[in-house]
Design a protein around this ligand. Structure first.
Ligand code: ATP
Ligand code: MG
Length: 158
């Protein structure tokens, strides 16, 4: 269905912000202009749930998590940045592989299966989008995903 992505994204962030029991600060850099995208809400909610859970899981006490949407000509790029442990650059693309986990000891303690981002990748690709990450060890990680969008189709609405 067609949804206004910024409103939908804010609602998901609100849910995490209201239920978090961890000292992390949320920062939103989300344009207020309407941006209509056609998505399967349940699937993209799963994608966001996993990316945000990861960001929280690897955030230090007092860390900031920054939520952004960048509007480009034919797509929107959604990103979630944390100030956590980061991922060694040679491994940053592997986090989207099934069962891949960066540090066996650390991730065993934090729990999870290592499937979250592999599922996220399938769901984003099913929307003709892409998903990728950038990370600096010891500084933090940003996970990005794109969703195609058609400004023309949006103009037709008004
Ligand atoms: P699951 O999502 O199935 O509960 P998981 O979170 O370990 O388990 P993924 O979400 O697929 O699995 O992430 C894969 C691995 O990528 C993680 O185990 C972790 O090592 C690394 N990773 C993912 N996000 C981050 C992040 N924000 N900061 C640091 N490492 C990360
Ligand atoms: Mg995960």
């Amino acid at each position: 269905e067609w949804i206004d992505f910024s409103i939908y994204f804010n609602k998901i962030i609100d849910r995490f912000e209201l239920t978090k029991n961890q000292n992390v600060t949320f920062i939103r850099e989300i344009p207020e202009t309407p941006m209509f995208v056609e998505i399967d809400q349940d699937k993209i909610t799963q994608v966001l749930d996993n990316i945000i859970s990861n960001a929280m899981k690897y955030s230090p006490e007092g860390g900031r998590i920054t939520y952004r949407i960048k509007e480009e000509d034919t797509q929107i790029v959604v990103s979630i940045s944390d100030e956590g442990v980061g991922i060694p650059s040679e491994n940053v693309n592997k986090i989207f592989d099934r069962f891949y986990r960066v540090d066996k000891a650390r991730t065993r303690r934090l729990g999870g299966t290592g499937l979250g981002l592999a599922i996220a990748k399938e769901m984003v690709q099913a929307h003709q989008g892409d998903i990728w990450a950038e990370s600096v060890e010891g500084e933090g990680t940003t996970v990005y995903f794109s969703l195609p969008y058609d400004r023309m189709a949006e103009d037709d609405w008004s």
